[in-house]
Design a protein around this ligand. Structure first.
Ligand SMILES: [Zn+2]
Length: 74
């Protein structure tokens, strides 16, 4: 079972109660960077409710990679 698949069924939309989620991701201009490391752009993933389209969750995969190499825990 992939991480995406698991996410899709654990969440419940707080707006309409829907439980079917669509995984989306945003890269390039939508990238997220740490404030002190602007070259660390990471794609932003969104979990979108299939029923009402609300973005239920937004997250970055491998958040440690946002940090400068010397500041990472792993
Ligand atoms: Zn919804």
């Amino acid at each position: 079972m992939t991480e995406e698949y698991k996410d899709a069924y654990v969440l419940r939309c707080p707006y309409c109660g829907g439980t079917e989620m669509i995984q989306t991701f945003q890269s390039a201009y939508g990238a997220v960077s740490a404030v002190n490391n602007k070259f660390s752009g990471r794609p932003l993933y969104h979990t979108v409710c299939r029923k009402c389209g609300s973005v239920v969750r937004s997250y970055v995969k491998d958040p440690e990679k946002l940090l400068k190499r010397k500041d990472r825990k792993i």
